[in-house]
Design a protein around this ligand. Structure first.
Ligand SMILES: O=C[C@H](O)[C@H](O)[C@H](O)COP(=O)(O)O
Length: 264
């Protein structure tokens, strides 16, 4: 599917394009091909001997495949991966990537992960795959955090896609917590919904045994730090999916090429 930049995102990104526009004869890339392009670009930052945070999702999967390939080819060595989900753990194991955890490696050199939304300040929404807690724990310990997205993930403000901003909560009295979350953002027209499994309609359960409440906003919620702090003050909340001021590098793949932006 073809995608286009809109408004400020176009101006922002066009200045950073690192490859030329496609000729009229080039076919339009699929969203998955764009994800792969961003992922491969990110793996160029990986060096032998690094402790790496391995993200979760369809974009991060391409990066992990590439790391596995480079290890097998002997082009990378002595890598230690810290997976952000059981799914990534299994993928990395199948590729022969040596794994560890935060207990043994509390400081990471680099993490590579996708995102659900990226705003102009490189604030992120993550967790539509349900892995936000482990991702935030691991990506908060990285010297560099490289975020990889196709251009459809760029938004003017957090929540601007109209899709979910996930919050991981304890299962105990989840309706109570969902109601509290919705009330926090009444002015932004927030609707809070329990995430359920499409297969059986039962609550989706995270790797940590928790539930996810998806928040949908009709308007910009404004001060993200204040919003995040208010969410975390609710006793049933474990973590929210806003990753504020965490990304150090953003790689965006789009129809016009790949951009690499480093946060100052
Ligand atoms: O919980 C999932 C993660 O935060 C993913 O990184 C995020 O949902 C982006 O996933 P994808 O690359 O599949 O769009």
């Amino acid at each position: 599917m073809a995608m286009a930049y809109l408004g400020s995102k176009k101006a922002n990104s066009a200045a950073l394009m690192s490859s030329p526009s496609p000729s009229p004869h080039q076919r339009i890339l699929t969203q998955d091909e764009l994800k792969k392009i961003a992922a491969y670009k990110a793996v160029e930052f990986v060096e032998s001997g690094m402790v790496l945070g391995l993200g979760t999702g369809s974009t991060a999967k391409h990066a992990i495949d590439r790391i596995g390939e480079l290890l097998q080819q002997g082009k990378l060595s002595n890598i230690v991966g810290i997976p952000t989900s059981t799914m990534t753990h299994e993928q990395a194991l199948s590729l022969g990537i040596p794994l560890s955890d935060l207990d043994n490696h509390p400081v990471l050199d680099l993490a590579i992960d996708g995102a659900d939304e990226v705003d102009p300040d490189m604030n992120l929404v993550k967790g539509r795959g349900g892995s936000l807690l482990r991702e935030k724990m691991i990506e908060g310990c990285c010297k560099k955090f490289v975020v990889i997205v196709d251009e459809s993930k760029l938004v003017d403000y957090v929540g601007g896609s109209g899709l979910a901003m996930p919050v991981e909560i304890v299962p105990f009295c989840w309706k109570f917590t969902a109601q509290k979350l919705q009330s926090l953002f009444e002015e932004a027209g927030c609707v809070a919904k329990l995430r359920t499994s499409p297969e059986n309609g039962k609550p989706f359960v995270t790797d940590n045994g928790n539930f996810i409440i998806d928040l949908y906003f009709k308007k910009d919620i404004g001060d993200l730090k204040a919003a995040g702090d208010a969410i975390l003050r609710l006793a049933g909340v474990v973590e929210h999916g806003m990753f504020l001021d965490m990304a150090t590098t953003l790689i965006v793949a789009g129809e016009l090429g790949v951009t690499v932006r480093h946060k100052c």
